[in-house]
Design a protein around this ligand. Structure first.
Ligand SMILES: [Zn+2]
Length: 136
């Protein structure tokens, strides 16, 4: 059975991005690192967006990030989002440098998010999302 039918939050995986989604299914966030300029990027591209080098390889990210900006989404009619509103659409800065669009979980939309707060990746239905780091 195809459990992804009707979901609009899972991109169509082609041969290139399949690597990314297979890693996500195993709980690993992948980024791309350029051997030409040394910079990392996200989402995955076959060329480095900074210097256009083709010498770009996969790298497992630390999963650490800081919150750059966010907005609380109250209305989204597309499945599966309709069942989840309100949710927090976020832009985070990965520890490796790339900026990533994602979702912030594990905190209340009202008053929870703070710019610069420390986050860690977690996976929900094989999609990387971020939550506040809990100190123990
Ligand atoms: Zn580069």
């Amino acid at each position: 059975m195809d459990t992804t039918a009707g979901r609009t939050d899972l991109p169509e995986a082609d041969a290139f991005t399949r690597t990314y989604w297979e890693a996500a299914a195993q709980g690993r966030l992948l980024i791309r690192r350029c051997a030409g300029c040394g910079r990392a990027h996200h989402y995955p591209r076959e060329f480095c967006p900074h210097c256009w080098s083709e010498h770009v390889t996969w790298e497992t990210a630390s999963g650490r990030a800081t919150l750059y900006t966010w907005s609380v989404v109250h209305h989204n009619d597309l499945p599966p989002f309709a069942d989840r509103t309100p949710y927090i659409a976020a832009v985070v800065d990965l520890a490796e440098g790339p900026r990533m669009m994602t979702e912030l979980v594990g905190t209340e939309p009202a008053g929870g998010p703070r710019a610069g707060m420390e986050l860690e990746v977690t996976f929900r239905a094989e999609i990387p999302v971020f939550r506040p780091v809990r100190r123990v």
